[in-house]
Write a new protein. Structure first.
Length: 327
């Protein structure tokens, strides 16, 4: 008698839709290396993840509510947010091509190649959800430009210019990893955590798009941090140079109008909360706090706190704790 054996490879917790930690928890606890998360890992556990599982019904969700498919402040807020995320993910994918080019070994080349595709997948997922909201395909580019073009020029373009100076002009692989890990993933991922939570009762599919992206971002944060930590462990004389890069990047970020951008979005969201409180009911955005009871300032402060905590935890792990703001 032939004995059957189960050759199924268990899904790692960080790639499991039901068990993956939040961005905040993952930033504190998850440790991954480029060797672990190379091409075999990616094809086995990630490749069909967000796009495949959302498209084939493996991960199911309710359709968007009328609150976001019909004209109104909630729809405007969601269009602005997902258009901005689409543009941000596209820029990240383009920048990652330089990390792949300058990768110092095969493990890094493979991992950052998968991250490049991840960011392109995210850009498509955010773009595709705009179509699900009823944006005509022929008007998609114009809608994205109208909803987020000015915000992209004010926030994303300066970040892209800084990152390309490090990556493209200076050919600085480890500086580029640091910029992407701290100033891109470390800033945008916690904001996406808030987005996932606040849209869940109004547009469950939008929350799942954010969930899928966040699962990838946790891995990107963990591996990028491990790459920099290993480099500084082996080359401690590089500490001052990388510290200067991140301090310059944080000064740049502090001067960008991200607070104004978030305030505009959250103000629209707040108007929508008042109009559609019955759809949200007693849903809690975090334990003990109902979404309908939150205000613009409270949600913005939560996103800012999460962002600072995530960045600081990663900087400490990367042996760059001197860059942590003591305030």
């Amino acid at each position: 008698m032939t004995q059957s054996t189960d050759t199924t490879v268990p899904v790692p917790v960080e790639a499991d839709w039901d068990r993956a930690p939040s961005v905040l928890e993952g930033a504190k606890t998850l440790e991954l290396t480029p060797e672990r998360c190379g091409l075999p890992y990616w094809f086995e556990h990630v490749a069909s993840g967000m796009l495949g599982r959302l498209a084939d019904g493996t991960v199911t969700s309710e359709p968007p509510t009328a609150a976001v498919t019909e004209p109104g402040p909630l729809r405007d807020a969601l269009l602005a947010e997902f258009s901005f995320r689409h543009l941000a993910e596209e820029k990240a994918a383009r920048a990652l091509s330089f990390l792949v080019f300058h990768a110092p070994d095969t493990a890094c080349l493979e991992f950052f190649s998968t991250q490049l595709v991840d960011e392109a997948r995210h850009a498509r997922a955010f773009r595709d959800h705009l179509l699900r909201l009823g944006v005509p395909a022929a008007e998609l580019a114009a809608t994205v430009e109208k909803a987020a073009g000015a915000a992209s020029a004010a926030v994303l373009d300066p970040l892209e210019e800084f990152g390309l100076r490090v990556l493209r002009d200076n050919g600085d692989f480890y500086g580029g990893v640091l910029v992407l890990t701290v100033l891109v993933e470390g800033v945008l991922a916690p904001a996406a955590e808030l987005s996932e939570r606040k849209w869940r009762p109004l547009d469950p599919a939008a929350a799942l798009v954010e969930r899928g992206a966040n699962m990838d971002e946790i891995r990107h944060l963990a591996v990028g941090s491990a790459v920099v930590r290993r480099h500084l462990t082996e080359r401690p004389e590089e500490n001052a140079r990388l510290l200067e890069i991140i301090q310059e990047g944080r000064r740049l970020w502090a001067g960008l109008p991200m607070v104004d951008l978030l305030f505009t979005r959250e103000s629209l969201f707040q108007q929508g909360l008042a109009e559609h409180a019955e759809l949200i009911g007693d849903y809690e955005i975090w334990p003990g706090r109902r979404l309908v009871d939150t205000g613009v300032q409270e949600r913005m402060e939560a996103a800012d706190r999460w962002s600072r905590e995530t960045q600081d935890q990663r900087l400490e792990y990367m042996l760059l704790g001197e860059a942590v703001d003591p305030t």
